[in-house]
Design a binder for this molecule. Structure first.
Ligand code: ADE
Length: 232
């Protein structure tokens, strides 16, 4: 089994994973720390990118091109768009889009640039495995569309616009950029998020309150996914 990358955006998102591994080697590279460990006989590289599309692009690329990861799993938190998603709920991305990518002035749809695509699809095999993990854990996980942008959304109108324009169920700040990198480099990827807030006027308070617990929910699930991927 080849090397697997596990990525988050914030320290809180990877801390539970490092805690579970216990022992790892730390390497500083390109302004971030990368943690390497062997887990059930498989090499892992773990990192948090810092927030946003640019930093997450750098980290995903580094994990693949420098550290040699052949699969990537992302763990983190998201704001809910769909009213059925509550704090702590888990969402698996089927496909992802950049909600703040806008050259509509030239007649293109939101989220599109020439030679790109509005959506990038996540790996179907790992999505299938996530259903088995959910049933093993007795947890419910929903599949949905995730919209990504360099904005912490704390505004009902903006949230609703993103929901409508991209049929998105949740939003965050890294998934689509990681998806673009993985797709371009032919690395299968899986993006999981636990809801921390509803991207409304209370979002920043909810985020601060639930970041840690939701990040743990997501990380526990992603580690079970890693077990499944290794066994697969
Ligand atoms: N990640 C978690 N909540 C978010 C929000 N409201 N906006 C952007 N990214 C988020």
């Amino acid at each position: 089994m080849s090397k697997i990358a596990i990525m988050g955006a914030m320290p809180e998102e990877v801390a539970p994973i490092l805690e579970k591994l216990g022992q790892y080697k730390t390497t500083e590279y390109a302004g971030n720390k990368y943690y390497e460990a062997t887990y059930n006989g498989v090499e892992l590289v773990i990192a948090y990118s810092k927030i946003g599309k640019v930093f997450s692009t750098l980290t995903a690329t580094t994990m693949i091109e420098h550290f040699g990861a052949k699969k990537l799993l992302f763990s983190g938190v998201a704001g809910a768009i769909s009213s059925s998603l509550k704090v702590g709920d888990l969402i698996v991305a089927t496909k992802l889009s950049q909600h703040d990518l806008d050259i509509t002035a030239f007649g293109h749809p939101y989220g599109f640039v020439p030679e790109g695509a509005v959506y990038v699809e996540a790996d179907k095999g790992m999505i299938k495995l996530s259903k088995e993990v959910a049933s093993d854990m007795g947890k419910s996980v929903v599949e949905g569309i995730i919209a990504t942008g360099d904005q912490f959304v704390a505004n009902e109108d903006r949230k609703n616009w993103i929901g409508k324009e991209f049929s998105a169920d949740a939003l965050e700040m890294e998934g689509a950029s990681v998806a673009v990198v993985c797709d371009a480099l032919s690395v299968p990827f899986f993006i999981l998020r636990a809801i921390s807030d509803a991207a409304d006027m209370d979002a920043s308070f909810s985020f601060d309150e639930f970041l840690e617990t939701s990040a743990v929910e997501s990380a526990e699930f992603v580690m079970k996914m890693v077990d499944k991927v290794i066994a697969d």
